[in-house]
Design a protein around this ligand. Structure first.
Ligand SMILES: [Zn+2]
Length: 315
């Protein structure tokens, strides 16, 4: 046993609730397709990833390393989003976009990202002393926002895995890579539609006008889905990738952005693009002061950058 099951013990109940909610959405019975949370997958043969739809017995299997890494990544994302939001509020709307110094929330975000990378790849026998311990009961601030993002992102990933079961993908598992790629996109689409529910962006809303509560909820969910997807492509496909069966990340994100149909000034899409620039590919060759036509374009560009970045890594 590593330290992760005990350090994340208080998250087990909220995680089970997320699982039951996902089962309700997908029309499955949690006693028939159960959730298995396991310690360390690294020593096993036939590696399937930190999150997997397992056929026998029918389960959604997740590992503590996967959970912990997703938690840390969500903590990072919440802090980057907060720093960006504050900077935008303080900035002169007529002036150039603000330059954010890496300090305060943003520095903590970068540190939590580093932690998520380590959690995805290494055995943890003790917690690090430079990052806060997980606090499932946090009531406010970055910790609470990060937890909320974590449970939302997890909800999207779990719906994706359940969708593989519901769509009977195991029976159709093919050795033809393109067919498996199609199954991934199908599972994404199912998960996204369930998480989106009936929330909609007001496409007629004038640029910069505050969104309605309905659209704000869509934005909140969209950000959680973006976080879930970036985590999956960054950590599952990078180190453990079966790139033959997984469609490239830009294509997956395109599907997600298309089904969300966010407004052109979506805050969630803007944050996604910023997350990639600040956390994942800070050395990347980003055009200065990019003038993407819409935040959807910015999101797609971000994903192209992730794909390029991941492909350039040697694991
Ligand atoms: Zn999948």
């Amino acid at each position: 046993m590593t330290i992760l099951p005990s350090i994340f013990a208080a998250f087990l109940e909220p995680i089970k609730l997320v699982y039951v909610g996902a089962c309700t959405d997908l029309g499955t019975d949690p006693t028939e397709i159960g959730l298995a949370v396991e310690d360390l997958s690294f020593n096993k043969g036939g590696y399937e990833g930190e999150f997997a739809a397992v056929e026998q017995p029918p389960q959604v299997r997740i590992t503590w390393n996967g959970l912990a890494s997703l938690w840390a990544f969500s903590q990072a994302a919440a802090r980057v989003a907060r720093a960006m939001f504050e900077a935008q509020r303080a900035a002169d709307p007529e002036g150039p976009p603000p330059e954010l110094p890496i300090e305060g929330d943003l520095k903590m975000g970068v540190d939590m990202f580093e932690l998520s990378v380590r959690l995805a790849r290494h055995r943890f026998d003790s917690w690090v002393d430079w990052a806060p311990k997980p606090d499932a009961l946090a009531k406010s601030g970055g910790d609470a926002e990060g937890n909320q993002l974590f449970l939302g992102a997890l909800g999207w990933i779990i719906r994706h895995e359940l969708a593989h079961h519901v769509l009977r993908h195991h029976a159709r598992r093919s050795i033809i890579p393109d067919e498996n790629k199609a199954q991934e996109l199908e599972a994404d689409d199912q998960a996204t539609r369930q998480m989106k529910g009936s929330y909609k962006a007001d496409q007629g809303r004038a640029y910069g006008v505050r969104p309605s509560p309905n659209e704000m909820e869509l934005e909140r969910r969209a950000l959680a889905m973006f976080v879930g997807m970036i985590w999956v492509v960054q950590f599952e496909l990078g180190p453990h990738g079966e790139s033959a069966t997984h469609p490239d990340s830009a294509r997956r994100l395109r599907g997600l952005v298309d089904s969300l149909a966010l407004s052109p000034d979506s805050f969630a899409a803007e944050i996604l693009s910023y997350l990639v620039k600040v956390l994942i590919d800070p050395e990347g060759d980003w055009p200065a002061d990019t003038e993407e036509a819409t935040s959807g374009d910015a999101a797609i560009n971000a994903m192209v950058m992730i794909t390029r970045h991941i492909n350039a890594q040697t694991w």
